[in-house]
Design a protein around this ligand. Sequence first.
Ligand code: GZL
Length: 329
Amino acid sequence: MMRMIKRLFLMLIASMLFLCACGETERKVAEDNLVVIGMSQVGAESDWRVANSESMKEAFSEKNGYRLLFDDARQKQENQFTSIRRFIQQRVDYIVVMPISEDGWESVLEEARDAGIPVIVVDRRVNVGDGSLVTAHVGADFYAEGTSAVKWIEKNYANRDRVNIVHIRGTMGSTAQIGRTGALTAAFRNHTNWNLIKEMDGDFTQAKTYEVMRDYLESSSVKPVIDVVYCENDNEAFGAIDALEEAGYKCGDGGVAVISFDATHDGLVACRDGKIALEVECNPLLGPLAESVVRTMEEGGVPEKNQNVEESIFLPEDITDELLESRGY
Ligand code: GZL
């Protein structure tokens, strides 16, 4: 309400100025109509993240009525806190944050609430006791994604006495890592013949995953027998495949089954080519859903507290040229 009054007052001032000036004030009046968004993004660690940033920038573009203040946190949570405090000082109309990890958000979100600025959380979640600190969340069900991958292993390794699995975790403490890891951890409790031979941190990047997988394989006195590598995103899968093939392993076609998440273009191509056995989709195109939350509030409505995007899985035989062309990322 206060923002509407502020904007009406500015419009009145601008209109009065308009009577004694022309083009310059007109542009200023138009500019005052823009809804100002302060946006904090994780970084650019993965193909998924790049597609997500493009979707958010397109949704909150000037042609759609927004002035977007976009900040890349370069994978550091303290950079997100700094940018959000700057947005508060700039008195943006809304804060949109794609949080790196779940914990530590109470104080900065309390400052945003005290300043009367709604916060919309996109993709991963924040872990705060007071639900009023977050106006709405749009994202995905990461535990469900992990469960889809577990079901594939159950189906394809049903009669094995032993299934040797290497697990590459994403950024520790991120909702995507917590959910995808949680589903696999639960499955190990249900399948005593599943053997976690190595768990490593790939931080959702190709470089880090290549490094930890290479070091693991080089340090093993006996070449590990690996049935499945559970990578928590495509960039980890690319790094794991590079290291495995360098060490003489065959990926796909009776060799190591690499499971991956995101289903980005390059991930789907690797799956079609048999290098990745299963792609679990994680849709980065969250811009329109996030923008619909702001639009609902601008129109005086109350947005849904949580909205998840629909997601599916892809097997090599599902991936056609038409499918690849049809996807926006
Ligand atoms: C998932 C997103 C994850 C992706 C990774 O919604 O948070 O972060 O799976 C990205 O590719 O780095």
